[in-house]
Design a protein around this ligand. Structure first.
Ligand SMILES: Nc1nc2c(c(=O)[nH]1)N[C@H]1C(S)=C(S)[C@@H](COP(=O)(O)OP(=O)(O)OC[C@H]3O[C@@H](n4cnc5c(=O)[nH]c(N)nc54)[C@H](O)[C@@H]3O)O[C@H]1N2
Ligand SMILES: Nc1nc2c(c(=O)[nH]1)N[C@H]1C(S)=C(S)[C@@H](COP(=O)(O)OP(=O)(O)OC[C@H]3O[C@@H](n4cnc5c(=O)[nH]c(N)nc54)[C@H](O)[C@@H]3O)O[C@H]1N2
Ligand code: SF4
Ligand SMILES: [Mo]
Length: 752
């Protein structure tokens, strides 16, 4: 049907006046951009290459960056909208201070930084150094992650520094270190293409790492069999050859049962086990009672499916195992991870083409950010803060006596608990929104309100920053130079496409200025000389200087970046660590020499005996609640809830529930349901889907306040990794008798 011609004049006459159109000076034409800057998406760990188009110091669009090897120009729904955050009216343009009862008002950098420093001094003099804590995040570059670690230990002098990767990568990191002595995916994703079997456990790849799906499709085109382990039939699971709908919190039982099947059928690589591993007998002993009947009972997966998975895994010649937070966000996250790795080791399919294993790193720099020392127990190069030799090395690089480096501090949720108990009185946070992302949100809110002083560095007034005394206007991904390390272990260059607007500062400059005011300038000699200060060239100067120190600090550590330089990254479109010397090409595929990074050089099996999740269902709370993500929103939503097109795609959190369970409770689609746990309650519209287990409901967690899934989750932690159990809570569902507005109304409301 032909469309009716609508003249621009008619449109302006109809809609213009209410919107202030046409502007008096007319519309600017779509000129050529001033610059095209190849860099990376600011969101997930895929770190897709993207070219940002810059006009008048604003990002006005993007082009695909087809030469970048991993995504070859492909982007996901968030990636194609990411540039819109740059011009958002909510962008913080200067420091702010909170005036009780009145909200926030702007204040000068001098006043904001001086006040912060005097509060640090006051609190530390009265209550000790560790009474002032710092929280950090891994959307930050490697340079900033490294700088935060050094800043907290030497400028603040506190042991209590931790990061948001504590909610994300730590179970995988601890599991990888136990098994391999090193924490990185073993292969590039291109190695997926010719794997015969791909096992994806607890990863909603098509929604959370959409561009990675391409490499799984490549394998499917080559005839690979795909097995997906997830309590929900995710988009990837819908196309899988085998979907194992595991009961949340039971993955180690499944992996244990598969290991037993491999042993019973003798589908093992005896040579690899004997010559390159240790601990096999103990691992087998731990699962000897795990027959198929037991596994079916515990996991809720039909035994024939478990058997088929074992048979495919056991007989494949090449394979790839991937997992993400679905198996890691548990009080036994580390046990789940090592029991998955046991399957890889039993069949010896690692360190060879098309044979690999990897946890899929979540946040933008979730990989690099977990290596360079802003974890409570870590020093740069993935060194151990309690190891005297590691401390000595870093003290040498930093030029301080070794005892000056504080010891191991509290982890992220434990810091909040200590604030709640009144032991920690002051907090500086950067790149973290704990009020939305930590479990048990009401408890977190109470803690924030108890702080004597809280300063937050962010570019938006996040829900957590609203509780700050002072908010320091920091920088976006596209405003600073640096490097990030992708989920593959590829170190790449992030470029400053533009300058921070108005009186916002680059994050690095905020930290360097604070260090100076705290009297530690000589330890933070990274600033650019006067003519470059504050410019993009200055940012490059500073970032390179920090990176050079990071290289030296990481030398000889397991995450060795010593041989990586900016020039080398640019020439090769990325370098894979470990890269121990300047003439070393980097290591895309690990373990080809069969020398693992453990003290005995062998990969370690770990004996895992299944245990229940931290909270199990009972007659009071009979349904399992699990939480996670949707494709259009990112983490605590601070960034993506501000991008209209993404909000329209999925405007509000919904309670995914199976029609069979809904029927027993008298719940219909769009009914408002009150979800209650031992921590709290919140109401969500029901979304009836046949793609979820009947004993489980799912809520995405990207929203704050009364829509926050984290009002419901528990603060139970994995004893080793200290990750919270986001993936299992016991809940009950209470129909409110009210209907939520229709999906169309919710969408219309969201897009106003
Ligand atoms: N769109 C989008 N993409 C993202 C992010 C985002 O916020 N939004 N965040 C990024 C970050 S930081 C991360 S960490 C990753 C997370 O990426 P994923 O781990 O893929 O995402 P989640 O939704 O947290 O959980 C994945 C799956 O685990 C399943 N699951 C729940 N409980 C269990 C269980 O007990 N066992 C198993 N096997 N599966 C279970 C859920 O049904 C869900 O489908 O995504 C990254 N990419
Ligand atoms: N229930 C439940 N809760 C979860 C999860 C779950 O699956 N279920 N997943 C967990 C996981 S895996 C993660 S990773 C966490 C994430 O949780 P958070 O790390 O708290 O989430 P973000 O949204 O990344 O918050 C980062 C904040 O930093 C700001 N920011 C981003 N980039 C920069 C930067 O370059 N500089 C500065 N100064 N600020 C920046 C953003 O504006 C935002 O306010 O949530 C966890 N919480
Ligand atoms: S897959 Fe991740 S890095 Fe790539 S465009 Fe999407 S959000 Fe950005
Ligand atoms: Mo994450």
């Amino acid at each position: 049907m032909a469309r009716l011609p609508v003249s621009p004049e008619a449109l302006v006459a109809q809609f213009g006046p209410s919107l202030g159109f046409p502007p008096k000076e007319g519309f600017p034409g779509r000129d050529e951009p001033d610059r095209v800057v190849p860099t990376h998406c600011c969101f997930c760990g895929m770190q897709c290459g993207i070219k940002l188009l810059v006009k008048d110091n604003r990002i006005v669009g993007f082009d695909p960056w087809e030469e970048f090897p991993f995504n070859e120009g492909r982007l996901c729904p968030k990636g194609v909208q990411r540039y819109l955050q740059n011009n958002h009216p909510d962008r913080l343009l200067s420091p702010l201070e909170r005036v009780e009862g009145q909200g926030f008002r702007p204040l000068s950098w001098d006043a904001a930084l001086d006040r912060t420093v005097s509060e640090v001094r006051r609190i530390q003099e009265k209550h000790g150094k560790d009474a002032f804590a710092m929280l950090s995040g891994v959307s930050l570059t490697n340079e900033k992650s490294y700088l935060v670690g050094k800043f907290a230990r030497l400028a603040l002098g506190t042991r209590n520094l931790d990061y948001n990767g504590r909610l994300c990568m730590v179970s995988a990191g601890a599991g990888n270190k136990k098994a391999f002595g090193l924490d990185r995916a073993s292969n590039t994703y291109a190695d997926l293409a010719k794997a015969e079997v791909i096992l994806v456990a607890g990863a909603n790849v098509s929604e959370t790492f959409p561009t990675l799906t391409h490499w799984i499709w490549q394998a499917r085109d080559n005839g690979a069999k795909l097995i997906v382990v997830d309590p929900r039939m995710t988009p990837l699971a819908r196309t899988a050859d085998l979907h194992l709908p595991v009961r949340p919190g039971r993955d180690s039982a499944l992996f244990g049962a598969i290991l037993k099947q491999l042993v019973d059928r003798d589908q093992l690589d005896h040579d690899f086990i004997a010559n390159h591993t240790s601990g096999f007998e103990e691992a087998v002993e731990a699962v000897k009672g795990y027959d198929l009947a037991w596994a079916e009972e515990v996991t809720g997966i039909p035994r024939r499916k478990i058997e088929a998975a074992a048979e495919w895994w056991g007989t494949a010649k090449t394979s790839f195992l991937l997992h993400a937070r679905g198996i890691e966000h548990h009080t036994k996250g580390v046990e789940n991870v090592v029991s998955a790795i046991n399957l890889v080791l039993a069949t010896g399919r690692i360190g060879k083409p098309y044979c690999g294993y990897g946890t899929i790193t979540g946040q933008g720099n979730g990989q690099g950010g977990r290596e360079h020392g802003h974890k409570c127990d870590q020093l740069p190069g993935n060194r151990d803060i309690e190891n005297p030799k590691h401390r000595e090395w870093i003290a040498g690089v930093w030029g301080v006596p070794e005892p000056e480096i504080p010891g191991k501090g509290l982890s992220a949720y434990e810091i909040v608990e200590a604030i709640h108990r009144g032991e920690i009185k002051g907090l500086l946070s950067i790149c973290f929104n704990p009020l939305v992302s930590l479990p048990n949100a009401s408890f977190v809110r109470e803690a924030l309100e108890k702080l004597e002083y809280f300063a937050a560095i962010d570019f938006f007034l996040s829900e957590t920053a609203r509780h700050a005394d002072v908010v320091l206007a920091g920088s976006l991904h596209e405003e600073e130079e640096g490097t990030v390390t992708t989920a593959e272990g590829r170190v790449t260059r992030v470029r400053a496409a533009i300058d921070p607007p108005a009186d916002a500062w680059r994050d690095t400059d905020v930290l360097l200025d604070l260090a100076r005011r705290l009297g530690r300038e000589e330890l933070f000699d990274f600033a650019a000389p006067a003519p470059l200060a504050g410019t993009r060239e200055g940012s490059l100067f500073t970032a390179k200087r920090i990176f050079d120190e990071l290289r030296a600090a990481s030398k000889g550590g397991t995450a060795d970046y010593f041989g990586i330089t900016y020039e080398k990254i640019e020439a090769n479109l990325g370098v894979f660590w470990p890269c121990p010397s300047v003439d070393h090409p980097g290591t895309p595929r690990l373990w080809e020499d069969r020398k693992f990074a453990t003290p005995d050089g062998r990969a370690h099996f770990n004996a895992v005996r299944y245990r229940d999740p931290g909270e199990v269902t009972d007659p009071d709370f009979p349904v399992i609640l699990t939480t996670g993500r949707v494709v259009s929103q990112y983490l605590s939503g601070t960034q993506t809830r501000r991008i209209g097109k993404l909000v329209e795609q999925y405007p509000e959190p919904l309670l995914e529930i199976h029609p069979a369970l809904a029927k027993t409770l008298g719940i219909a689609d769009r009914d408002l349901v009150r979800v209650e746990t031992r921590r709290g309650a919140a109401e969500f519209p029901a979304q009836l889907v046949t793609t979820i287990r009947e004993d489980t409901v799912f809520i995405p967690y990207h929203w704050p306040g009364r829509k926050s899934a984290n009002l419901l989750t528990s603060g139970l932690l994995d004893p080793v990794s200290k990750i919270p159990e986001f993936k299992v809570s016991a809940c009950r569902l209470v129909p409110t008798g009210r209907k939520a507005p229709s999906a169309a109304e919710a969408k219309a409301h969201a897009s106003v």
